[in-house]
Design a protein around this ligand. Structure first.
Ligand SMILES: N[C@@H](CCC(=O)N[C@@H](CS)C(=O)NCC(=O)O)C(=O)O
Length: 234
């Protein structure tokens, strides 16, 4: 594009600036698809970013969402929450404020106890540090499992198998791409998630969402993840 003030977007529609293998972008892709919002994808090559991309996101990160009125939203959790709020009929989040808070807490538990140790385990240089991250990953996944057991006993959990009962919701949209990334520590650091009662709810949940089209449509293959994560391996 020659004019430096111009960038591509869909007139009167939603435009998502995205990179296919990015786990953050996958949150936005899944939220828009689950809400059945028509949107145009502009694929951003992170190795060779278009010169206009700073006009969309000065941080130069994906995802970014341009709304029909020209507002640009960045940060994947902000984008997915916006979609859930803007399209309440899609029921990506419960209507009740307490239940919404419980969903957000589940996402927070996953993102604070599991996600940092995915990359942490790969980047750690010593065997001892790697083992520490793998142990923390396992305790984080145990906590996720406990949260699911608690949630499924609540009226909104309806016994599972998704966080929100029989609905693929924002709980999966905001976490599933990082479950997908566990292929990295499994391959490089020997992570093995036990098939014990402590992890039973976690396994049931993963089994359920892994078959859902909103997950499979944007899933990265284990081979692609292992290849893409190689650069993080100490
Ligand atoms: N906190 C951001 C993180 C987004 C992020 O880090 N995206 C990566 C790609 S997966 C990116 O755009 N990195 C910029 C780069 O590689 O130059 C979010 O949740 O949206």
């Amino acid at each position: 594009m020659s004019d430096a003030s111009v960038y591509p977007y869909e007139e009167n529609g939603y435009t998502l600036y995205s990179t296919a293998y990015c786990p953050f972008a996958q949150r936005a892709l899944r939220a828009l698809s689950a809400a059945k919002v028509p949107f145009k994808v502009v694929e951003i090559d992170l190795q060779n970013k278009p010169e206009w991309y700073h006009l969309v996101n000065p941080q130069l990160k994906v995802p970014a969402l341009r709304t029909p009125d020209g507002t640009i939203l960045v940060e994947s959790l902000v984008v997915s929450e916006f979609v859930a709020d803007q399209f309440p009929e899609s029921q990506l989040i419960p209507a009740d404020a307490i239940e919404r808070a419980q969903l957000r807490l589940f996402v927070e538990v996953f993102n604070s106890r599991v996600t940092p140790h995915i990359f942490g385990s790969l980047k750690a240089a010593t065997e001892e540090a790697q083992k520490e991250h793998v142990d923390k990953l396992l305790s984080g996944l145990r906590e996720v499992s406990e949260e699911l057991v608690k949630q499924w006993a609540r009226p909104s959990g309806k016994g599972g198998p998704f966080w929100f009962g029989d609905k693929f919701s924002l709980a999966e949209i905001n976490t599933a791409s990082f479950v997908n990334l566990l292929a990295g520590p499994k391959h490089y650091r020997g992570l093995a998630i036990p098939e014990t009662d402590e992890y039973a709810a976690y396994h049931k949940w993963v089994e359920a969402f892994s078959q859902h089209p909103i997950y499979t449509d944007f899933q990265s293959s284990n081979e692609a993840i292992v290849h893409g994560m190689k650069k993080f391996v100490a």
